[in-house]
Design a protein around this ligand. Structure first.
Ligand code: RNT
Ligand code: ZN
Length: 417
């Protein structure tokens, strides 16, 4: 049998023959951080003991072993990182504050000190942190947050946004990596509204007040995430695509697209280039919707591949900020994290191994037959051998045997929870 190195050598030569430098691709991918969401590990519960998950999002399944404490969640994240090549960021939600005295601070009272342990975690591992205000799973979020017609409640949520900017600044200063702070609100209506403009006008004003708090734009990248509908918000969401995009563009913040947040035949892979024409930076939540915005684990599927191609072939790796966002409680959560993260990396590697200049040339010279032929034949190239080399250089298992570590962990750690 040939060794992995020999297989890589053959693959390298085959790719070189079509003008693709596999070593360069591997080196580039090794340096590319993805912001991994913390909430896959505990089904978006957080540490406030807030009760049910609300806001029109839903986890399903009751696979045993979910993290119940900050220690457990961090231990799980470490296990996941030991099975993924490269160095990544952790994306934390405001509902994951850590309260040592057991006294949970209300959302408008959260402070950097409540996230000190996350900073310690990140610093010890030399990684960055991203952040998200939590505009759901809270009694005052029941009838709207930043769009709420009740001025007192709306002011509460504005204070929450500002508190989160302060925590994001703290993350950036402490870790040395800029912090992306993503604003997403579920606000909307189950049935046909009588006023669509009012809530959007209030959302705009609330956002302006939050951004008006004054913050260092080099340290914190504020993003706004749009959404087409939520469970219980089927008829209208205030933060629609047009709203969020227009807001981001006019305020000089970063638009964030979650690929579960569009009508089922719309694809984010087609939207990336449109936004790149206008926005210096864009951000993505990579997820997988099945029939609806179901947040299934990301796979190495056509749309994930297509999205990553758009980033790589448009030379936009430093302009598109990548994060994952999904939650599956029906399978081992460590594996869910690892499969999703590795799938994004596989899609990136695939994109880097395409003769992108040649393919573009075929399009521009109207050689559509040859283009289709080549796109299909390229699918049979030995990317797996390059993937294995990429993993080996990162000191990570390349093939399916990473799952042995998950089985051990399930037996020795998760099953005891
Ligand atoms: C919800 C959004 C949002 C959340 C996280 C938990 O539809 O995608 O990003 O998934 O904030
Ligand atoms: Zn999202």
């Amino acid at each position: 049998m040939m060794t992995q190195k020999e297989l890589y050598q053959i693959a390298k030569e085959r790719y070189a023959a079509i003008g693709v430098d596999t070593d360069a691709a591997i080196e580039k991918l090794l340096k590319l951080p993805i912001s991994m969401h913390c909430w896959q590990g505990d089904d978006v519960k957080g540490f406030e003991n807030a009760g049910a998950l609300t806001g029109g999002i839903q986890t399903t399944g009751n696979y045993p072993g979910a993290a119940r404490t900050p220690e457990e969640l961090m231990q799980d994240i470490d296990k996941v990182f030991s099975l993924i090549p490269g160095k990544h960021k952790v994306n934390v939600h405001a509902s994951y504050g850590i309260y040592e005295d057991g006294k949970v601070a209300d959302r408008d009272q959260i402070k950097p000190e409540h996230f000190k342990k996350w900073v310690e975690f990140a610093k010890e591992r030399g990684i960055g942190l991203d952040f998200n205000p939590t505009y759901f799973s809270h009694p005052s979020a029941e009838n709207g947050t930043l769009t709420n017609p009740n001025e007192e409640i709306r002011a509460f949520w504005i204070r929450h946004g500002i508190a989160c900017i302060r925590i994001s600044e703290y993350f950036a200063r402490e870790t040395g990596y800029p912090c992306l702070m993503n604003i997403w609100i579920p606000d909307g209506f189950k049935d046909i509204p009588a006023d669509r403009l009012g809530p959007r006008a209030r959302y705009m004003d609330s956002l302006d007040q939050i951004l008006g708090c004054g913050y260092d734009k080099e340290l914190v990248y504020v993003t706004i995430e749009s959404k087409v509908f939520g469970i219980g918000f089927e008829s209208y969401t205030a933060g629609s695509a047009e709203f969020a995009l227009s807001y981001a563009m006019t305020r000089g913040i970063v638009p964030l697209m979650d690929n579960g947040h569009y009508h089922p035949t719309e694809v984010v892979s087609d939207k990336i280039s449109a936004l790149l024409c206008f926005s210096p930076k864009i951000a993505l939540h990579v997820t997988r919707g099945v029939r609806w915005d179901s947040d299934h684990v990301v796979r190495y599927d056509d749309e994930t591949q297509e999205m990553m191609k758009e980033i790589v072939r448009n030379d936009a790796l430093d302009r598109v900020i990548l994060a994952t966002d999904y939650f599956d409680a029906s399978i081992n959560r460590i594996a869910a994290w690892v499969i999703g993260m590795r799938s994004v990396q596989k899609a990136l590697l695939n994109a880097m191994l395409l003769p992108n200049a040649k393919l573009k040339e075929l399009q521009d010279s109207l050689s559509f037959t040859e283009l289709m032929m080549l796109q299909e034949e390229l699918k049979m190239y030995p990317m797996g051998d390059v993937w294995n080399e990429f993993c080996a250089r990162a000191g990570i298992v390349g093939d399916e045997s990473w799952f042995d570590a998950v089985k051990d962990y399930e037996k020795n750690v998760l099953s005891k929870r």
